[in-house]
Every structure is written in C-alpha cells, then in structure tokens.
Design a protein around this ligand. Sequence first.
Ligand SMILES: Cc1ncc(COP(=O)(O)O)c(C=O)c1O
Length: 387
Amino acid sequence: MFSLVKSTFYREEETKKSLCEFIMQAKQLSMGEQCMLFEREFAAWQGRKHCVSFNSGSSANLGLIRALCNLGILCSGNTVGFAAITWATNVMPLIQNGLVTSPIDINTATLNVSPTTVLEALERTNMQAIFLTNALGMSDDIASIKAICDERGILLLEDNCESLGSEYNGVKLGNFGMASTFSFFVGHHLSTIEGGAVCTDDDALDEALRMVRSHGWDRHLAPSAQQRLRADHNVDDFNAKYTFYDSAYNIRPTEIQGFLGRNQLAYLDEMTKKRAENFVALTPIYDNPQFERMQPQMSTHSSFAFPLLCKTEKIKDEYIQKSTAANIEIRPIISSYMPHQPFYKKYVPAVEHELPGAYAVHKKGFYFGNNPEVTPEDIAMLLETFK
Ligand SMILES: Cc1ncc(COP(=O)(O)O)c(C=O)c1O
C-alpha cells in the first residue's frame, strides 16, 4: 500500500528509542523546559522572534484568534476572509469567536488565494482581516497579497499548517503575516505526533498567546509581564498562582512534544529537500492531458502531498478506481468546498457569491502523499499509474 504517511517520525526507530530514554529520565512531562527550548529553536529556524507551541495546529489556530480578540485587534462582528480551500479548524475558531467569515476563491493553478481573488473579494466585502491558508506546500503571489493588505490596513494571518519549509521568492511561508500557525501532526512536515505552534514578531501577541494557551494565568510569562499584571490587578504573589486575567483555554503541549519537536527539527532541512525533490520527480504527471497543470510558484516547495485536478469529474472517478486498484491512498484536496461543509452550513448563512475555483477543486481534485521516505520504486509506480 502506498499510504499518505509512511511512519510516525523521520528516522522512526532511533527517534522512538530516544523518546523512551527521554521519558525514563524525565522528571517532568507536562509543559516545561523541552517545550521552551523547542520554541526557541523553532523560532530561530523559521526566522521569527517568537514561537508559542500548542497541542495541535487546530489549537494554534484557536489560540491565535482568541488572543487577537483578547488584545482587541479583532472584535466580535469583524469580517475575516479565509481561503475557500482550507481545513475546517481554520474557520471554526472564527465562527466560535463571533467573527463574520467570508470565503475567498482560489486560483486552481496554485490551489491558493491569489491577488486577483483577494481583490475580487475585497470589492464585494469589507474585511478587517484575512486568515489565508498556504495549501499543500504552496502559496500564490503572497508577497503581492501582503502588499494589498498593508496598503488597506487589513490584518494578514497565515495558516501554514500545510506548508512548513516552503519558500516564496526565498522567504519562508509563515513569514508574511502578523502571525502564522503550524501543525506538527503525524504526516505533516515535522511530527510530534500531535502538536502545533504560532509564530509572530509581535511582543504583545506573544504574551497573549502564552496566556490563552494556559488558563489565562501569568505563569509562563516573563517576570516583567507578571509584575505588571499583578500590579494592575492588585494581586499578591500567593494569589497570582490562581489568578486568571483573560479568556483562555488549556491547549498546552507536553514535554513529549517538546522533545520530539527538537529531535525532528534536526532533520527538517533534509526532509524539506527530499519532499521538494520528490515533487519535481513526479511533475511529469502534469503532462498527462487528463489533468490540469499545477503551476507552483515556490522557490522551495515542501509539500506533504501531490495534488491532481482532473479535467472532468468522470476522469476523477476513473482515477479513484485506478488508485484503489494500485493500492494508492488518495484524499480529497483538504476540506474541499468549505461552504458545503455541514458545520459551515449550520452556523453561517448561505454564501451568496460564487467560488468557481474552489468548486472545481471540490469536484475534480484529489491528492496522494509525498513524504521524505518515498523511494525511487514508489516514484516509478506513481508515474506509471498517473502519467
Ligand atoms: C490548513 C490546516 N490548518 C490546520 C490544520 C489542523 O492541524 P492539526 O491536525 O494539527 O490540528 C490542518 C490539518 O491538517 C490543516 O491542513
């Protein structure tokens, strides 16, 4: 079976052995030193000032949106645009926090929102923020999207849960918005089994994220921030232990995730390189006239999947059968058409504008996996099946 995910970790056996040794000698397994060290190392790798880790990418999204609400940067009733091709837990926190959501269509050649689709959406709807998704290791012209947002005073956020390591014009995805989220779920680019993070250069947001992650208390803040909060609220050091300053959750990672993050980070550049090489080796599939030609614009393309957009629904049905016969695991392209998702229909009034790009992807798209352990034999078999 050519499955989406080959193993839980890169260098699985040695990683599991080190994990066992770590657990046996660790004095603390709840969030502590390993998580802090991972955050420091990950922020340095990503090239951002702060990294706050969470127990999943979904929690990173939830924590980010709540933290922005706590800071008053987003307010209930604000409109937030999101990519019509994204994951459900990109959109759910917006709804849960009283924000108005507005899907932005995507360019089928990149599977991502483009300057054109963003401008079309802004023509129609006044947005205070855009929480875009860098889907399947790609972005469209994200530098121009940032310029549009900067010019109009629109807050730009990136859900980078699917694109860790990808670069646009030499800039890592996740470094265009005020903040970006990451997932470390098995099968994504770096696995801590479950896990996630938010990166930002903003000090106030970093503080709000640390509070939102952990009950709304000040325990994991810098001593200067603790003193300021305690003075503002007239709280002594004893009562500070159980003082809760703002609306929050408990969405912390554990030391196991911190340890695994540090362990796997050492291989991240190697994994990115292999994924990018696999993608290039598979690109002749796009010569097949039954598929639309994807046009990734990435200077580094770190994808955990290889997307295919068929010319017709009939062709897609045929390839679903072919993939099953060849034992290749395939999936719809992320959450496909978000306005059709039952949760979205339940909580959001019907979307009136058309999203033809996202609809085409929903009707005619699928992907198979791409990971650093793909072998030359796997590549040959995939070319044979799809080319
Ligand atoms: C774009 C996007 N955002 C968020 C998530 C959620 O990440 P997690 O599975 O770590 O909760 C995913 C998951 O696949 C995703 O694809």
